[in-house]
Design a protein around this ligand. Structure first.
Ligand SMILES: Nc1ncnc2c1ncn2[C@@H]1O[C@H](COP(=O)(O)OP(=O)(O)OP(=O)(O)O)[C@@H](O)[C@H]1O
Length: 483
């Protein structure tokens, strides 16, 4: 609670001393009391510090723009406090000093007035991105005095082209109002530049959820709501993010979110005709395939880094409790292009120290770099933004559909990680080669690529995103605190 009129004057003078919090989170509870008596002598007005977008002195009044809770979202509100006349008492902080201290405390380590290159995909998910922008996002950004350059995308591939040639000195963030496909295009546009490593480290990608999955926003903003996410971006901090190079044939693309083959890929990409349903289309796709016990034979070579669920919980605990393990140095100005591939491409020999095995009965092959894949689907509960590792999940299909369904339903209750039919490893690279199938679906961040072998290798902290707290907004595997 930050702004309190103070009728008996006990807390006067404290306000201007309000310290900037480490993070602008809701936990920062008290900035201080207004150092002036309310002209009308009335009681208090409280605004959570996290919700303050801006403050200024105008026409002898203190004017605070803030995001006020409204049902499950937020609404822009303005609070005006008439400053006392005539003159302020000697020793009172000046209104300007108070405002400066208030803004510093409200933003903490977050950069105020971020400069955003906003890319809106009007055809995302069930549609409505333009409406969300006008009604729920732009008002907050304007109130927060952000600098905005807004583009409504007119075709697929445009976000890649725009990111490839953006002036990286001009913006703090490239923001997608979309599903997860547009952030994928943005990372790949930045990755195509001759100064890719520098551009990926310089400009943070951010996301306002307008698609059907919206994993980026769920993990980084902690919300699937456009208004709540807009506030999270206004108040968000830059977070390094591991990115994965995928090589297939002679192509190389970057993945920020996930790779899948089998049930998950089919349920997403094979249900495009049901987009109007939003994220329900995925659940329906999943149920149909589980009942059919569909298997997807493949050969897999993996560089395993952390194996065993207890070891993974300990790895997670270590990284969450010691933030320094998740920080990375910025790429130096001299860096050029994408990093070299440590293990070559899918066309090279598989390195001798990778574990290679043939699988015939797997239904789910799913690799994640973030925790939530869609609302209520914390598939990769041990995922960390910058541990330099991908999380590999596999589930058999040749068992009772009941057992698979039970495991999939446990994603919602947070018990998926511990389910005995779920294999969970932390890996740094792999190659997968589908066998005995004419055609099928491979999904990279929800985008379809040819049904051919591919190889993946992770680059620790190659990208940057805006996140609410510098960590994923996810709970972690159950029991990690005790690990
Ligand atoms: N104006 C447009 N018209 C048609 N396609 C577009 C347009 N703008 C972007 N696209 C395409 O839309 C896709 C990205 O959509 P989006 O960012 O909503 O992600 P998504 O993953 O498809 O969303 P969802 O979560 O709904 O599945 C990309 O393949 C991109 O090429």
């Amino acid at each position: 609670m930050i702004l309190l009129t103070d009728p008996d004057g006990k807390s006067r003078k404290k306000a201007a001393k309000g310290k900037a919090g480490k993070q602008p989170s809701e936990d920062i509870s008290c900035f201080g009391c207004l150092p002036w008596q309310a002209a009308d002598g009335k009681g208090k007005h409280t605004i959570p510090l996290y919700n303050v977008l801006w403050a200024e002195v105008r026409d002898n009044a203190l004017v605070v723009d803030y995001a006020a809770p409204r049902k499950s979202s937020l609404k822009l509100q303005q609070w005006t406090f008439a400053l006392p006349t005539p003159e302020l008492e000697t020793g009172d902080p000046s209104p300007e000093a108070f405002v400066a201290a208030l803004i510093a405390a409200a933003y903490g380590e977050a950069k105020p007035r971020k400069r955003a290159y906003v890319l809106i995909n009007p055809h995302s998910g069930p549609g409505g991105a333009l409406g969300k922008w006008k009604k729920h996002v732009k008002p907050f950004f304007e109130a927060a005095r952000m600098e905005l350059d807004v583009v409504t995308l007119s075709r697929g591939g445009e976000a890649t082209e725009l990111s490839e040639k953006v002036d990286i000195e001009r913006f703090d963030t490239i923001m997608a109002l979309s599903g997860d496909g547009t952030p994928y295009e943005i990372f790949n546009g930045l990755g195509k530049r001759p100064d890719a490593a520098k551009a990926l480290a310089k400009i943070a990608v951010s996301h306002i959820p307008c698609g059907s999955g919206n994993a980026f926003s769920l993990n980084c903003n902690g919300s699937n709501d456009a208004g709540v996410s807009a506030l999270a971006v206004v108040k968000g901090v830059v977070m390094p993010l591991d990115l994965v190079s995928i090589t297939q044939g002679d192509r190389r693309v970057l993945s920020f979110l996930s790779q899948s083959l089998g049930i998950i890929a089919e349920s997403d990409l094979g249900t495009e005709n049901m987009r109007w349903m939003g994220n329900k289309r995925f659940e329906i796709g999943l149920a149909t395939r589980v009942l059919k016990k569909k298997c997807y034979p493949f050969d897999l070579s993996v560089k395993v880094e952390v194996d065993g669920k207890e070891m993974i919980k300990q790895h997670y605990k270590k990284h969450v409790e010691d933030h320094s393990l998740l920080s990375v140095d910025a790429v130096t100005d001299g860096a050029e292009g994408l990093p070299q591939l440590k293990y070559g491409t899918v066309q090279d020999e598989v390195p001798a120290d990778w574990e290679t095995q043939s699988y015939d009965n797997i239904g789910t092959f799913y690799v994640g770099n973030m925790a939530y894949m869609s609302p209520d689907a914390n598939f990769f509960s041990a995922a960390l933004p910058t541990d330099g590792l991908m999380d590999l999940v596999m589930m058999p299909a040749n068992i009772s559909p009941m057992a698979v369904t039970k495991a999939l339903l446990s994603v919602e209750t947070g018990k998926f990680f511990d389910n005995p039919i779920v294999s969970y490893k932390k890996i740094s690279a792999y190659r997968i080669t589908p066998r005995n199938q004419q055609d099928g679906y491979i999904s990279i961040d929800g985008e379809r690529i040819p049904f051919e072998p591919f190889q993946a290798e992770i680059h620790r902290g190659l990208g940057r995103v805006i996140s609410k707290r510098g960590l994923y907004e996810a709970e972690g595997p159950t029991g990690w605190k005790e690990a």
